[in-house]
Each structure stands twice: as structure tokens, then as C-alpha cells.
Design a protein around this ligand. Structure first.
Ligand SMILES: NC(=O)c1ccc[n+]([C@@H]2O[C@H](COP(=O)([O-])OP(=O)(O)OC[C@H]3O[C@@H](n4cnc5c(N)ncnc54)[C@H](OP(=O)(O)O)[C@@H]3O)[C@@H](O)[C@H]2O)c1
Length: 339
């Protein structure tokens, strides 16, 4: 391995998840580099986005991790401290997400991470490391959904785009990205006390998710040209019933559960299209979308920053438990700024 004059310490802190019986058990441990899954690039982690999927892993709510012990954290932003490939230089800011990071490879909940070079991406142009971390998987996912809408012919003139789970990480960044792209955005939330901050993030209207309890018709008022659904369950059913003719719904998340009931009427009466989004994209799409996130989709970060919370390794288990209950909001970044 090509080594640099590095400050890599003999050991470092990580939150590592073990399988005990049929439950996961996550503990802060001191690890050495060779405790981590193999790779060509060693990264000093600055930020690791805390995603819903990580919450499920850390609290045994779903079998996400495929082999144990494992450091969870499906995305990270940091700088290279060792590299065996000339593609990455000492001190270079890089990001990693997808490719089974935090699942089959050790992920971001660690002061240092070792990663196969083919998983590593240079910091996209026109974004600071902190901005790229704020966007992370949520921003990339929202951009993927928007690109699919565009492929289906969506333009701002077509009408309003709905975003459910609006107060969550994907929801907020999706609002900001859609607003930047010129769309009218309906933010759907269970917490109407957030309405002011959702409008400030770029929403043009805020819809109380309680509307679902009053709406039972096979087809509701056609009010959305497209929708990003982070919630699943009755929300996804309601969105499908509330689309305009030819509308598109991106199923992104399952914050309220995995199943939903519905009828074929939105499809056969209004030509509604439903598709899934998976943020683990191949390289050409990754590069293209990250370039757009630093370009024509670059959101107004000033409106997002009030929703970004920086937490430490010791806060991670408590924070992820609250996130699973649905009582957090915005984007949480595990932050190692003060190493
Ligand atoms: N497909 C992909 O590649 C991909 C990528 C990223 C995330 N995701 C998924 O997308 C979803 C959202 O991710 P996230 O990072 O935004 O999560 P998050 O930060 O935890 O936000 C989820 C939001 O959903 C709403 N919510 C939570 N529990 C709910 C419930 N029981 N019923 C109805 N609404 C509920 C809340 O919004 P309000 O308080 O505003 O109602 C909450 O803020 C998750 O399921 C995640 O796994 C998928």
C-alpha cells in the first residue's frame, strides 16, 4: 500500500454492531485498521449521514447487515489518509455511499474507514465537504426521483409535486431541490407545527397528513403532477389516488410500513405511473446526478442548514431510537470534526 505521512492512530473509535442470538448489539469499541473490512483507501471520516436504514440496523428492526460484526453507516464524507491507488491522493476529500457500505462493508460510524477504491468518489465540483454531506444519500435519492420524473416528461408547468414525510431528511432536501428546479412543492407532514420551516425550505403549500383519515374515495381530487413518497402504507395509496392524469409517483421509503392497499383505478383511469427508487446507482448515473447536485439542482443551503443536526458517536444510539419513533426531524450528521 502506498502510504503517506499520515496521522492514522494505532486505534480509533467506532460503533460496531454484533449479532447476539437473533438480535443486533451495537457498542462503541476501539478498533485497529485490520479490524475493518478490506479496501485500498483509508478515509478519516468527517461526517456520516444517519439514515433510516441505519436506524433499522442498529436497533434490530430489520435484517439490513449481511455479515457481522459490522460498522453500520451507509454513507460517509471524509479525507483520504492512505491509498494504494493513484486515483486518490492524501488529504483529498471524498464521499462513499451505496455499494453495500455499512451492510456488507464497514461503514461510516467510525473515525476511520477502509474502502475499496471502486466505491470511492471524489468530492463533486461546486460543493463543499459539508454541503455534500448535508445532501448525501437523501439528496442523491431526491435527485434520482426527479430525474425519473423528467424522463417521464415532467416540467414545472405540469403542476405541483408532493413530498411526504416532509420533515424527514429525504423530505426536506427533496423540497429544497425541487424548489431550486422551479417546482411548486406540497409538503405533507404529520406535524403541522413544522409548516413554517417547510415553507422556508421551499415548499409552496403544506398538507396535514391527517387528510388521509378523511379521504376514502377510490379517486381523490387530482392535485399532484408527481409525488415523492417517503412513508409508504396509506400515504402511498392516498398519493396514487390524488394524482393528475399521467402523474408519476416515486416510492422511496417505508417510514410507516412496508405494505399498502390500493386499487387499479389510478392506473387505468388516470394513467398514473408508480416506480421505485434505489439510491445505489451505477457510476455514470452517480457522476451525472452529483454533478447536477452541485449545478442546476444545487439547493439553497441557507434554508437547509437550520434542519441539520450534528451529533457525536456517543449520541448515535439514542438519536437513532428517536428517529425510528418518528420523533426527530431533518438531517442528522454524525460528526468527527473535533478529532
Ligand atoms: N429508496 C432509497 O434509496 C432510499 C434512500 C433514502 C431513504 N429511503 C427511505 O426513505 C424513508 C425516509 O427516509 P428519511 O431519511 O427521510 O427518514 P427520516 O429522516 O426518519 O424521516 C421520515 C419522515 O417520515 C415521516 N414519518 C415517520 N414515521 C412515520 C409514520 N409512522 N407515519 C407517517 N409518517 C411518518 C416523518 O415526517 P413528518 O414528521 O413530516 O410527518 C419523518 O420525519 C425511509 O423509509 C428510508 O428508509 C430510501
Amino acid at each position: 500500500m502506498q502510504t503517506f505521512n499520515t496521522l492514522l492512530p494505532p486505534d480509533f473509535l467506532a460503533l460496531r454492531t454484533h449479532l447476539v442470538g437473533d438480535h443486533s448489539d451495537s457498542r462503541i469499541e476501539r478498533l485497529r485498521l485490520d479490524d475493518l473490512s478490506p479496501g485500498d483507501v483509508v478515509i478519516r471520516t468527517r461526517y456520516a449521514g444517519v439514515n433510516y436504514k441505519d436506524c433499522l440496523s442498529l436497533h434490530s428492526q430489520a435484517r439490513i447487515i449481511t455479515s457481522f460484526p459490522r460498522v453500520a453507516g451507509i454513507e460517509l464524507m471524509g479525507e483520504v489518509v492512505e491509498s494504494s491507488t493513484p486515483d486518490f491522493q492524501h488529504g483529498q476529500p471524498v464521499l462513499v455511499h451505496g455499494f453495500q457500505t455499512g451492510i456488507a462493508f464497514d461503514g461510516g460510524f467510525s473515525e476511520y474507514v477502509r474502502v475499496p477504491a471502486v466505491h470511492v468518489q471524489a468530492l463533486p465540483e461546486n460543493l463543499t465537504p459539508h454541503e455534500a454531506a448535508v445532501l448525501g444519500v437523501p439528496g442523491f435519492t431526491a435527485a434520482m426521483a426527479l430525474e425519473r420524473f423528467e424522463d417521464h416528461g415532467l416540467t414545472p408547468a405540469a403542476g405541483t409535486v408532493a413530498v411526504s414525510g416532509a420533515g424527514g431528511a429525504v423530505g426536506l432536501v427533496a423540497i429544497a431541490i425541487l424548489a431550486r428546479a422551479g417546482y411548486r412543492v406540497a409538503a405533507i407532514t404529520r406535524r403541522m407545527e413544522q409548516a413554517g420551516s417547510l415553507l422556508a425550505a421551499g415548499a409552496t403549500e403544506v398538507v396535514d397528513a391527517a387528510v388521509l383519515g378523511q379521504a376514502q374515495r377510490p379517486l381523490e381530487r387530482a392535485r399532484f403532477a408527481a409525488a415523492i413518497d417517503n412513508v409508504g402504507g396509506p400515504m402511498l395509496s392516498w398519493l396514487l389516488r390524488s394524482m393528475q392524469d399521467g402523474g408519476s409517483v416515486a416510492s422511496v421509503g417505508n417510514a410507516s410500513g412496508n405494505t399498502f392497499e390500493g386499487s387499479v383505478l389510478p392506473f387505468v383511469m388516470r394513467r398514473v405511473q408508480l416506480f421505485g427508487v434505489v439510491a445505489n446507482a451505477p457510476w455514470p448515473q452517480r457522476r451525472r446526478l452529483w454533478a447536477r447536485l452541485g449545478g442546476d439542482l444545487k439547493p439553497n443551503f441557507a434554508t437547509l442548514m437550520p434542519h441539520v443536526q450534528h451529533i457525536g458517536l456517543h449520541d448515535l444510539m439514542a438519536h437513532t431510537a428517536r428517529q425510528l419513533e418518528g420523533s426527530t426531524s431533518g438531517r442528522a450528521l454524525l460528526t468527527f470534526d473535533d478529532q
